[in-house]
Design a protein around this ligand. Structure first.
Ligand SMILES: Nc1ncnc2c1ncn2[C@@H]1O[C@H](COP(=O)(O)OP(=O)(O)O)[C@@H](O)[C@H]1O
Ligand SMILES: [Mg+2]
Length: 254
């Protein structure tokens, strides 16, 4: 896919993004003018309370939804200039998304879940099995390839979902409260894995979360409140300490 040589070469950038949802009792505004840039290899946590617009933001970043106004660029390309077909291809090839509730298919094995997008594309079975095995190894689940989701722990299911998100070797990994449904030790394993993939493979990583322990592992925290970014800080300044991250967050969000 051709890259534009426009002014922004960031992995992902949003400028002036607004989004509201129609509702019988009046439209609900979820995002009111969000500006956000993530460079290649950079890990960013967007931290905010429930209802602050995190999932809406993530869906727009991942081209699952379009903003009402404002610009979204992935690898420099302005998404508003793309046809639906181009958008679908870009989403499939450039962006990997991990959701809070894993979104695995219950009747498929771990390996089949990982390669499902390739299967839907009619890929060769041998090629798929090889790629699936490689990705399960990457997330430390080679020994669970034949297990269905119900036979896996929550943390293991999320690692399968991460392997699936990596299938097309995307430049950008997005995660919507990926540890929100896990106990704290599985949560830290999932976050370390995401961080490792971002670091080792140079992915741009954006995780939206309300948990300070998750946010503390990112390089930068952006604080979202009522659909607006109200502040940001680098976690290195406070030694990636979750309780200091929580304190900075409180300061900025209140
Ligand atoms: N499909 C929808 N229809 C109407 N309102 C929605 C829809 N999705 C989200 N909202 C509203 O938009 C706001 C932001 O929601 P969301 O992005 O899901 O926040 P978060 O992920 O931070 O909890 C909330 O007020 C929510 O109720
Ligand atoms: Mg949400």
């Amino acid at each position: 896919m051709q890259e534009s040589t426009g002014h922004s070469s960031a992995a992902l950038s949003l400028a002036g993004v607004h989004k509201s949802y129609p509702h019988p009792s009046g439209a609900v505004t979820a995002l009111r003018g969000v500006d956000l840039t993530i460079q290649d290899g950079e890990s960013v946590a967007v931290m905010g309370a429930s209802g602050s617009g995190k999932s809406t933001l993530l869906h727009i970043m991942g081209a699952l939804d379009r903003p009402d106004t404002g610009t979204v660029r992935i690898g420099g390309r302005d998404l508003s200039t793309l046809s639906d077909r181009e958008l679908t291809l870009l989403r499939r090839r450039r962006v990997g998304i991990v959701f809070q509730f894993f979104n695995l298919v219950p009747t498929l094995s771990a390996l089949e879940n990982v390669v499902l997008p390739m299967a839907l594309d009619g890929a060769d079975r041998k090629v798929m099995t090889r790629r699936g095995a490689e990705l399960l190894e990457l997330v430390g689940l080679s020994h669970r390839a034949d297990h269905r989701p119900a036979a896996l722990s929550g943390g293991e299911q999320q690692r399968v979902a991460i392997a699936r998100a990596m299938l097309m070797d995307p430049a950008i990994l997005l995660a919507d409260e990926p540890t929100g449904n896990l106990d704290s030790s599985s949560a830290s394993a999932v976050w370390s894995l995401l961080g490792l993939l971002a670091g080792r493979l140079g992915k741009a990583l954006c995780v939206v979360t309300h948990e300070s322990a998750v946010a503390a592992a990112a390089k930068r925290v952006e604080v979202i409140k009522d659909g607006q970014i109200v502040g940001r800080f680098n976690t290195a300044e406070i030694n990636h300490d979750p309780s200091l991250v929580a304190a900075r967050y409180q300061e900025l969000a209140t």
